[in-house]
Design a protein around this ligand. Structure first.
Ligand code: C5P
Length: 140
């Protein structure tokens, strides 16, 4: 059996030390996922460090550079399941260069708060992370 492919995601917040807003991105493709919101990111290439992949994806998709903070780990300390054959690792991060711009992968970006982050139509696999993120934003 093949190992699951790793996807990396950004929990891009206004500031790492006292986050109050997180960036959500609305997908344009594939058709089954278009219109749903996600934590931006993408697949790690063979031989690529996950953290490097996250920087690359954020530069490609949003045109920004970020500083990475802690990884948001699931309770079992492993990875977050996505679809069969895909797992997610996600890091808190903050902007160091640029303002996020929706490119080809996304047609809208939205800074959301603890009060409204859960109201978006998130991809189903992102929902457990969103619940944890909402709690962290509310607790600041
Ligand atoms: O962005 P990309 O299409 O490379 O992501 C691969 C797959 O990972 C998506 O089709 C989607 O099913 C899943 N995904 C997700 N949540 C994310 C990013 C990707 O469920 N934040």
């Amino acid at each position: 059996m093949e190992l699951p492919r790793l996807v990396v995601g950004a929990i891009l917040v206004d500031r790492l030390d006292r986050p109050s807003r997180v960036l959500a991105a609305r997908r344009t493709a594939p058709p089954a996922l278009a219109g749903r919101w996600e934590l931006p990111g993408g697949k790690v290439e063979p031989g690529e460090r996950p953290e490097d992949a996250l920087h690359r994806e954020l530069a490609e998709e949003l045109g920004v550079e970020v500083r990475l903070g802690a990884e948001l780990l699931p309770d079992d300390g492993g990875t977050w399941p996505l679809t069969p054959g895909l797992v997610l690792r996600a890091w808190w991060c903050e902007l160091t260069t640029g303002e996020p711009q929706a490119g080809v992968a996304h047609d809208a970006l939205c800074w959301t708060t603890a009060a409204d982050v859960a109201d978006l139509a998130w991809l189903d696999p992102d929902r457990p992370l969103v619940a944890r993120i909402a709690a962290a934003l509310a607790a600041r």
